[in-house]
Design a binder for this molecule. Structure first.
Ligand code: NAD
Length: 376
């Protein structure tokens, strides 16, 4: 079967990329923006780096800065109201995955009001109209949401995270300026950087694997192993921030079509039940899945690991464990407060989602339970 490969329309990346925002907005004839961001980014003066450019260019906008980490359906509903009240015709999403994913859901509901209950969009969304145009401006080097058609939202009524994929939800432009990531605290740098690694690796062992994406995974993986720890230790090191921004966007290209698999499936309950930040939660099982998949499909992952400079996938798995430990990331379930067998059962149950079915070797409930028990 032929592979299909799709990306967003336009991307800018590198120092100074945000100066393209007023030019792009004017060229596209946009009249007024809703700027979606989060309160910490306002506190750290990051949102203002973009709004000051809009001010200088005399471009109209209103702010919506109520987005929370792991955004909820309520966040999206408040954003839809803010967009309507502002009478804005495009969105500038400034932030990590939380701001960008909220903006995407707001934009798709705005143009497809029959899906106002965003729960009906879980999985592959059945919408008809392209979402409100979005400029996605990441401030973490992590999710790659700026170039994907994915939005991940939390349904508090069930305490679960759900993923929405919609071909009509790609941001119009991804604007990746590494200077916006200089204020990211070390813990968040570590966690978001491990999200990059998860995207790069999971797309290799996904059943939707594509060679074109694997070449991006190699590049992103090498960059993470070379630069993440430096960015963690030296937050002001602009070169390290640039390299991690590059890794993030390239890993975004790597997973945008093959999607993610088991580590992301396990991350959702680890975040929802134990509050582990997204990338750290993905990385908790990343070394397990690396070893588990090492020899499958004629050793695809072993070859991949060699292309990344490791002896084999097992050596790469050991390096993941070491990197996590050096950055103080949780490696065991007891560190995050898991105590009982019942909790393991619940984690296992909640991990068995369609994402788990993308692993190139099928994993049963018992396989995942055994993995969690080994992580105690
Ligand atoms: P985030 O957006 O939740 O941000 C984490 C914290 O870092 C927040 O408190 C934020 O204010 C702070 N922060 C962000 N940038 C900062 C900066 N420059 N300076 C100081 N503080 C800063 O974190 P994230 O990891 O980028 O996004 C996680 C979310 O994205 C999760 O909900 C996850 O499920 C989702 N996700 C989406 C995709 C996708 O393709 N759409 C992929 C992976 C993950």
């Amino acid at each position: 079967m032929a592979n299909r490969f799709v990306l967003n329309e336009t991307s800018y990346h590198g120092k100074g990329a945000i100066t393209a925002i007023p030019t792009e907005a004017t060229a596209r004839g946009f009249k007024k923006a809703l700027v979606c961001s989060d309160p910490d980014l306002v506190k750290f003066n990051v949102t203002q780096k973009v709004t000051s450019l809009l001010d200088e260019a005399g471009l109209a906008y209103e702010l919506f800065t109520e987005i929370k980490p792991n955004p909820t359906i309520e966040n999206v509903q408040a954003g839809v109201k803010a967009l309507k009240a502002a009478e804005a015709d495009y969105i500038i999403a400034i932030g990590g995955g939380s701001s960008m994913d909220t903006a995407k859901a707001v934009g798709i509901i705005d143009r497809n009001p029959e899906f106002a209950d965003v729960r009906s969009l879980e999985g592959v969304a059945p919408t008809k109209n392209p979402c409100t145009p979005i400029f996605a401006v990441p401030t973490t080097s992590g999710t790659g949401s700026e170039i994907t058609n994915i939005s991940v939202l939390t349904d508090l009524s069930k305490n679960v995270k759900s993923t929405m994929n919609d071909p009509l939800m790609y941001p119009k432009a991804a604007i990746v300026d590494p200077r916006l990531t200089l204020s990211v605290p070390p813990k968040v740098t570590a966690s978001t950087g491990l999200d990059v690694l998860s995207h790069a690796l999971e797309s290799v062992w996904s059943v939707l694997h594509q060679p074109i994406c694997e070449s991006c995974s190699v590049h992103a993986t090498k960059l993470v192993f070379e630069w993440l720890y430096k960015a963690y230790c030296e937050p002001d090191n602009l070169l390290a921030r640039e390299k991690m921004a590059e890794a993030s966007i390239v890993a975004g290209v790597a997973f945008s079509n093959p999607r993610t698999a088991g580590s992301h499936a396990c991350s959702f309950p680890l975040t929802n039940l134990y509050g582990v930040p997204h990338g750290e939660a993905c990385a908790m099982t990343l070394d397990f899945f690396t070893r588990y998949n090492a020899d499958a499909e004629n050793g695809r992952l072993n070859k991949f690991a060699r292309n990344c400079g490791f002896k084999d996938a097992y050596e790469m798995a050991d390096s993941i464990t070491e990197l996590k430990k050096k950055m103080g990331m949780a490696c065991t379930l007891s560190e995050i407060g898991v105590k009982s067998n019942e909790e393991i059962e619940k984690l296992t149950e909640m991990s068995m989602t369609p994402l788990m079915e993308r692993n190139m070797i099928p994993l049963s409930y018992d396989d995942i339970k055994t993995m969690y028990l080994s992580m105690m």
